[in-house]
Design a protein around this ligand. Structure first.
Ligand SMILES: [Zn+2]
Length: 122
């Protein structure tokens, strides 16, 4: 089984289409038609919205900000891959098989997340 998992990158806005985000890996691009669903998958809640926390702010604070000292990339990557599995038919069609391995591999890493201040696992 190939356990090497590509790095998935999230973009909140496509320069050509500002209403859609996308996920990119290995030079492939997968559209996010409903950004709210994506943020929900990452753990963003309606309560946070009521508290005035912007979704991009949540993503930054939870998964990106302290990258050097509290790298939570496996938590982040797992959510992104799960999202693609659930909502991208194109992804499922192209990568459904190996995607299962990627998901399992990231889930393992996430379960072993020892990042002291991991906000995603609190
Ligand atoms: Zn974590």
């Amino acid at each position: 089984m190939n356990r090497s998992v590509p790095i998935f990158k999230f973009h909140a806005k496509d320069p050509a289409n500002r209403h859609m985000g996308f996920i990119e890996f290995n030079n492939e691009k997968f559209w996010i038609y409903d950004l709210n669903k994506f943020y929900g998958e990452l753990g963003y809640t309606h309560e946070m919205q009521l508290d005035g926390v912007m979704p991009d702010e949540y993503v930054w604070d939870t998964f990106v900000r302290h990258k050097a000292t509290r790298n939570c990339q496996s938590c982040y990557q797992l959510h992104i891959i799960s999202f693609l599995f659930k909502y991208s038919a194109v992804f499922y069609q192209k990568h459904g098989h190996e995607g299962g391995d990627w998901l399992a591999s990231e889930a393992e890493k996430r379960a072993a997340c020892r990042v002291e201040h991991c906000r995603d696992r609190k």
